[in-house]
Design a protein around this ligand. Structure first.
Ligand code: CP
Length: 321
């Protein structure tokens, strides 16, 4: 596997899920693959889970790991071509990327959406430059528009906790005080639609429609209660306005309706549903204390599976070197 961005990069999902379970039983089985190989993790934004789980997965596979926080200790990087670099940015990404590629065998990139220019964010310019100029396999550790390691971990978790063959999985928008990217819901929708046995319903306020490239074929239900009825899993997430119905709204908060916060009443509409969130989560905006602390909350095992999803991806990349 040369890059990992979308669900298709993983090939057969049943096979990938079986591989995940195998690795979960025997985390150090493939240590030989990473001997004398180096992973470089590059962060343009903050992280807790991705940073720790990716490093752990790489160590399980016997790799060396280098972490670069671009905004803490590195030269400030210019990302645009054609700019006269007489400001505070000392280095251009187009030199920095091939230099970084010299020091490692695989690169993980976290690049965030600016939420100002939809075309720029959805073009995935930074990620694509890493793919083009690093000369190394590249995987997304959440980019402007996708978070595949999270979505794969979510699918592993649903497989582990489902009690029916084809669970009803509801992706619900919830309110937030800051404008957040659409990467997590985009990938979640894409992966659930590709999964062999998932009945996906997406619910959000009018105007928050996700990009159809990720949701084509999904059932959209604007009434949250109707969406929740009979659900086996509730996946809560905030996202800012994707600008699909009105491009001028891209990246803005156009709904602050707190009735969308997932509370015990919401969960009572479900089929004893499990609660999921990728974390970090703002309590009592996205979800109430009661729900996230309830026995039906599986946010911690979900986070734990980030180590497993990443282990499968790195194993595949190491095998292809
Ligand atoms: N879910 C997730 O990606 O968490 P971090 O932002 O902490 O890495």
């Amino acid at each position: 596997m040369k890059s990992f961005i979308n669900v298709e990069d993983l090939g057969d999902l049943k096979q990938a899920l079986a591989e995940a379970q195998e690795i979960k039983q025997e985390r150090y089985k493939y240590q030989h693959l990473g001997k004398n190989k180096t992973l470089m993790m590059i962060f343009f934004n903050n992280s807790l889970r991705t940073r720790l789980s990716t490093q752990k997965a790489a160590m399980n596979l016997g790799m060396n790991v280098i972490v670069l926080d671009v905004n803490a200790g590195a030269w400030k990087l210019e990302t645009e071509r054609g700019v006269i670099m007489n400001g505070d940015k000392s280095e251009h990404l187009l030199e920095a990327i091939p230099v970084m590629g010299c020091y490692c065998d695989i690169i993980g990139v976290r690049s965030f959406a600016g939420l100002k220019d939809r075309d720029y964010d959805y073009a995935e310019t930074v990620l694509k430059q890493f793919i083009q100029y690093s000369g190394k396999p590249v995987f997304a550790m959440e980019t402007a528009t996708v978070h595949p390691l999270q979505a794969f971990a979510d699918l592993i978790t649903i497989e582990e906790y489902k009690t029916v063959q084809r669970p009803k999985v509801v992706l619900t928008w919830a309110p937030h005080c800051r404008a957040l990217p659409q990467a997590v819901p985009n990938s979640f929708a894409q992966w659930m639609l590709a999964a062999p046995n998932v009945d996906l319903v997406i619910t959000h306020p009018h105007g928050y429609e996700l990009d159809p490239q990720f949701t084509r074929g999904a059932r959209i239900e604007y009434d949250q209660k109707t969406a929740f009825e009979g659900a086996d899993f509730i996946y809560a997430k905030n996202w800012s306005n994707p600008g699909v119905t009105n491009p001028a709204d891209y990246g803005k908060i156009t709904c602050e309706d707190m009735s969308w916060t997932v509370d015990t009443e919401h969960m009572s509409w479900t089929n004893n549903g499990k609660f999921m969130h990728c974390l970090p989560v703002r309590r009592n905006l996205i979800v109430t204390d009661d729900v996230i602390e309830s026995p039906n909350s599986i946010v911690i095992p979900e986070a734990a599976n980030r180590e497993i999803s990443c282990s499968v991806v790195l194993k595949r990349m190491l095998e292809a070197l």
